[in-house]
Design a protein around this ligand. Structure first.
Ligand SMILES: [Zn+2]
Length: 316
């Protein structure tokens, strides 16, 4: 009995010591919390996740199957924006119709435009179709500052990821080696993947296609496709009968057979155009999450290139 009581007392002493030790161990400063990142779109979330790893929590407001120009953002995002350390946006006025009120209502000083946690990814990307002269949203054109669909070029993906990695390092200097390593790893994997994608697309060089919206100039540039027309008369303007007739004439003249349509547009006009031109409608998601299997930035290109090749092969 005596021995047992002693054992119990020793055990209690050990437990007390362990507790005391645990309490007195200094915690690394602010290392516990993950950086809370909100992004406007799923592609930016995918890139932030690549470089942020397990040091960040990332969530996108827009879903990959939604038109990023016109997002019906749920009020539940307000709470998340209130807590965000970093807000990453596409910029170039892509989100002008839905994001500014959310930013204001969040009352989070960090993520207000110009705040330390407001990150405009377009500043890091190569931007196409920048209008010369007067900047305007005349006639409802939703691309007044240049084309905002710039993430569809892997080289821009790299540039944006580098910008995010540097920003995260600035916010958490103690983890800067981690973010630099994550970026280096992403760069290697993406460059390898891009070599494969370019090789797959090489035999389709300069093939002509038509797209519904101007979502693909960066993609077409990088993979050497030739976008010769659009179902929309101008970005954001629905098809008109006159424009559709002209597009059909042009497609017949240039022997264009593939009409790429983003998943959130009505298929009625594209289907009619395809019927008139013996062409094919190809629904192609421009964003991560546009299809269930497109779960990251790599799978976006895997999926789209695979679908494009099929369509270009079957309409040769
Ligand atoms: Zn657009």
């Amino acid at each position: 009995m005596h021995a047992h009581r002693l054992t119990t007392r020793v055990a209690a002493l050990v437990a007390a010591f362990v507790l005391l030790f645990a309490l007195s161990t200094p915690r690394p400063a602010r290392a516990a919390g993950k950086i809370q990142i909100m992004t406007a779109t799923s592609d930016l979330a995918a890139l932030a996740q690549e470089v942020g790893g397990d040091k960040v929590d990332v969530e996108s407001i827009a879903r990959g199957y939604q038109d990023p120009h016109f997002v019906d953002a749920k009020p539940s995002f307000l709470l998340k924006l209130k807590r965000a350390d970093l807000l990453i946006v596409v910029g170039l006025e892509l989100e002008i119709g839905w994001l500014p009120p959310l930013i204001t209502q969040s009352t989070n000083p960090k993520i207000q435009v110009g705040g330390p946690g407001y990150f405009d990814a377009s500043r890091f990307a190569h931007i196409l179709e920048i209008p010369s002269g007067q900047v305007t949203r005349a006639e409802g054109d939703v691309h007044p500052l240049g084309n905002p669909h710039y993430w569809l070029d892997p080289e821009n993906g790299l540039r944006i990821a580098k910008g995010i990695a540097d920003k995260l390092s600035e916010m958490r200097p103690a983890d800067s080696a981690y973010f630099a390593q994550r970026y280096a790893d992403f760069e290697k994997r993406l460059k390898d993947a891009d070599q494969k994608w370019l090789a797959e697309m090489a035999s389709y060089k300069d093939r002509k296609i038509v797209t519904y919206h101007r979502s693909w100039p960066n993609f077409a540039d990088h993979f050497h496709l030739n976008v010769v027309g659009y179902v929309e008369p101008r970005p954001g303007i629905p098809p008109s009968p006159q424009h559709t007739v002209e597009l059909i004439q042009q497609m017949k003249r240039d022997n264009v057979k593939v009409i790429v349509v983003e998943p959130y547009f009505d298929l009625k006009t594209p289907t009619a155009i395809a019927r008139e031109t013996s062409g094919q409608v190809l629904v192609l998601p421009p964003s991560v999450g546009g299809e269930k299997e497109i779960t990251d930035y790599f799978k976006l290109f895997d999926y789209d290139i695979n679908k494009l090749k099929q369509a270009l092969d079957s309409t040769k």
